[in-house]
Design a protein around this ligand. Sequence first.
Ligand code: FES
Length: 109
Amino acid sequence: MTATRVCALSELEQDTARRVEVDGVAIAVVLDGNGEVHAIGDVCTHGDISLSDGFVEGETLECWAHGSAFSLRTGQPLNLPAYEPVPVFEVTIEGDDVLIDPSVTKVVN
Ligand code: FES
């Protein structure tokens, strides 16, 4: 699979998550306060909640339902009740285009 354009970089609001879908995969795209774009799985691993409806805090995206904050870099929840990570996807920026390939997850050590 190749990377798909999901939105324009200029459409992203800083510290706000945006939900996109690529080939049936729901992804939360976040432009953090440092201008870096992240893409993580949009579905909280604790419940069927869209993480993009939550809150961006530094390099985390917090689920509004019960407060688990997921790292935008590793996908790991940093606090309970969620204990399983969400996937982290590679983001490519080409000009003003934000591209994501949902079949390629980032391996973070
Ligand atoms: S549904 Fe996300 S923390 Fe409970």
